[in-house]
Design a protein around this ligand. Structure first.
Ligand code: ATP
Length: 360
């Protein structure tokens, strides 16, 4: 699966661009502040309905403009799909797939599985559990059709439950919610756990390439003590939950644990090694997606040369090529990427002051 065409209108400093894209590696180069990351961000926005840089979506609309428009043509297994997205300054978002209005952004995410590797990526390991949970849930969402609904239900029920706790409601009023919560929490946990097991299998060979002789263990914590039954725990923790007005344990507290021996990776690996580990995790996700669903990810790789030495840059590009995925990679100088590739670049784009030109 790959994007064959991309049209961008009034997105950050890109006023207008109509691009014909290549299947393998698409190299985007240009000076600082030219709009390279904005181009990657536009692809991400089209797949997720939000930015990977700013949580304020209106920031991506070009200054003094009222809206942004994105359009892409997607080719997968003989099928051609057209995706259009318009985001207005007032917050409205309109999405169309093959001319049909789409109400849920999850349909977009399902259509375009996007992976991002940026200089900020390694925060996955350092920031709070939210980004690590998002990492697990990206895989759970794309590989299990039941995950999205089960996780949406968990979040909805937790919201109701927390409201009841804030209102000092007696336990029996929570019980009916808890029954449902337990059911969906178990399903979410099962899917996440299975996903992490499969990911570990994929990861072994990839880590050997990226971090030879280092044994990284990836495990999953469900968000409550694994020896305790969730229903009983919710009842036992009712007074505590009531005092803080919030459900303290559950799948919303799940986390990914990454260790070398018994030591957390952030204390055991160098900064560069941590970045390689994040790359390995992303590649493993892409390979697993392909294996389990026959879908390919689209990789957005920002500012690669500044992050890795020449040998590891080569290794990462090789591994990305091996996934068969479409890759968009940015650099200030094209040589930094071209010299690290064993295969030819599929398409090359030069960006300057928001103007994107294809180099023949
Ligand atoms: N909403 C907006 N409207 C217009 N221009 C914007 C908007 N938001 C950001 N910009 C400008 O867009 C430019 C492009 O930024 P971008 O991060 O895409 O550049 P880049 O080529 O990736 O740079 P670098 O190599 O330094 O990472 C910046 O100069 C920024 O000031």
């Amino acid at each position: 699966m790959s994007l064959t065409r991309l049209h961008i209108d009034t997105f950050r400093n890109i006023s207008s661009a109509q691009l014909s894209l290549g299947e393998g590696i698409n190299l985007i180069y240009g000076p600082n502040g030219s709009g390279k990351t904005s181009l990657l961000e536009a692809i991400y926005f089209l797949g997720m309905g939000r930015s990977f840089r700013s949580h304020l979506s209106q920031r991506v609309i070009q200054y003094n403009e009222e809206q942004l428009t994105l359009f892409a043509q997607l080719s997968s297994n003989e099928q051609q799909d057209k995706i259009g997205l318009r985001r207005l300054k007032n917050g409205d978002i309109q999405v169309k797939i093959n001319g049909e209005n789409i109400k849920r952004l999850s349909v977009l995410a399902d259509t375009l599985p996007i992976q991002v590797i940026t200089p900020e990526s390694f925060s996955l390991l350092f920031e709070g559990p939210k980004s690590r949970r998002q990492f697990i849930d990206w895989g759970a969402f794309h590989t299990d059709p039941h995950f999205y609904q089960a996780w949406s239900n968990v979040r909805r029920i937790l919201k109701q439950r927390n409201q009841l706790l804030k209102n000092n409601s007696p336990y029996y009023t929570l019980q009916v919610w808890d029954k449902e919560l337990v059911k969906y929490a178990q399903l979410v946990t099962e899917i996440r756990s299975q996903y992490i097991d499969s990911l570990n299998e994929q990861l072994k060979g990839i880590i050997e390439e990226f971090l030879p002789r280092i044994e990284v263990k990836v495990s999953f914590t469900r968000g409550w003590d694994s020896k305790t039954e969730y229903a009983g725990l919710l009842e036992a923790q009712y007074q505590r939950d009531l005092s803080i007005g919030y459900t303290i344990s559950g799948p919303h507290k799940a986390d990914l644990r990454l260790r070398v021996g018994n030591v957390p990776v952030q204390d055991a690996l160098s900064r560069g090694q941590l970045k390689l580990l994040v790359c390995a995790l992303r590649i493993a996700q892409g390979k697993l997606l392909k294996q389990q669903t026959n879908k390919s990810s689209i990789y957005l790789v920002d500012d690669l040369p500044s992050e890795l030495d020449a040998q590891h840059r080569k290794l990462l590009l090789q591994q990305l090529s091996d996934t068969g995925a479409q890759v968009f990679v940015t650099a200030i100088e094209p040589a930094a990427i071209v010299d690290s590739l064993t295969t030819a670049v599929s398409k090359m784009f030069h960006v300057e002051h928001g103007c994107v030109t294809q180099i023949e």
